[in-house]
Design a protein around this ligand. Sequence first.
Ligand code: URP
Ligand code: ZN
Ligand code: ZN
Length: 463
Amino acid sequence: MSDYDLVISGGTVVTATDMFQADIGVKDEKITAIGKNLQVGSDTTLIDAKGKYVFPGGIDVHVHFQLPFSGTVSADDFENGTKAAACGGVTTVLDFAIQQKGSTIMDAVKARRAEADPNVCIDYGLHAAITDWNERTQDEIKQIIDYGIPTFKMFMIYKNEGWMADDGMLFQALEETKKHGGHIGVHAESVDILDMLIERYAKEKEKWGAYGHALSRPCYTEEEAIIRAIKWAEVTGGRLYIVHMSTGEGADAVRAGRARGVDVYAETCPQYLLLDDEVFKGENGHLYATCPQIKKPHDSERLWKGLQEGDVQIIATDTCTFTTEQKAAWNGDFRKIPFGMPGVETMIPLIYTEGVGKRGLSLNQFVALVSTNPAKLFGMYPQKGALEVGSDADIMVFDPEREITIRASDLQTNCDWNPFEGWELKGYPFATISRGKIIATEGKFVGEVGHGRFLQRKPHGNL
Ligand code: URP
Ligand code: ZN
Ligand code: ZN
């Protein structure tokens, strides 16, 4: 019997803090050795990583697979969404179990696990989205954290979906999660101002087309909601996480909050870093509608600066795939566009090309933003997000020289369009390994459906 099931030899190992030449040995799903000249036995699989980087597998803490939303269901289900993740170097995703009004959080968790467990191709966890606050919900918080879900989500908008949480709910949820080591993620936009502006611009919807989506959601609607949520975190002492932050003003608010000791963190997404709201003026502008929407170039620049300086700690995707057919439901009315886009498959190579390649992000920062920080803050470290003896062998071998052009038709996602169509990338995942199994090579899925497992995460995650 060989010492190792798999050896990755000759690569440059990169973690959030280090970079060195070493082989990595894997046995029984775990990393069991990091060193020079590891012995390869007759039944050891060998990956030659000379000239390549060896990163911990990517972690995307914000995906919505098969989400019923905007009158349709997002087009990448748990099977194809996790295949797409694998193709893009991502070995862990966190999706959402959204409480139904009048029902329990645990019911939502069980229902979501029934959809995901038999179908996932990589390990996954769930956040619990709180939509109905009452004594039973309050009592459930500890139970859900003990179950392995220490992170909750509250939507400050989406009245029509029945998902909206008001300030009283948010305040109490921050208090309760603080007691047990959980955190509250918020979708932060000012609902009343937003709803008023949407109706105002809708009066001239033919004139504005898809750009009406951008006009009706000015930056101050995100800024105000973030400032308000930070205030509730400040006075309760609870931990707040701003999901899909899209504005420079948001980054300023998080920075200011953190500077005065508020326990607040933030995530942004490739679409906010790399696209701007001119996309809505194009013929297919409606395809790009997400919520919050893509903002201005100066917002992107501030968000990149925030990643460099620690105001924004995590990059995730908010993957919520809608095809051109699904998006066509808008029929000229920007209020009816299903909000969301594909993302999990292209996050790693996009951020590598644009962040490391063009904007001076260090390799260590890159690993921190797409793997180690998510693992730490979301209670998975060092099982995930680390290249250490004893960690799960979730590894991405990355070829920094591989050049590709993004084409929707080449990708695993069920989406027939891509927000980054035609973008040229330098650097792409060469092999993705999930608990010791090679599950994707050069962007193609080679793993097994059902290989993934539900992750029980720990409370009190910390960077
Ligand atoms: O456009 C988006 N973000 N769709 C998914 C729902 C959400 O708000 O995260
Ligand atoms: Zn959201
Ligand atoms: Zn989302």
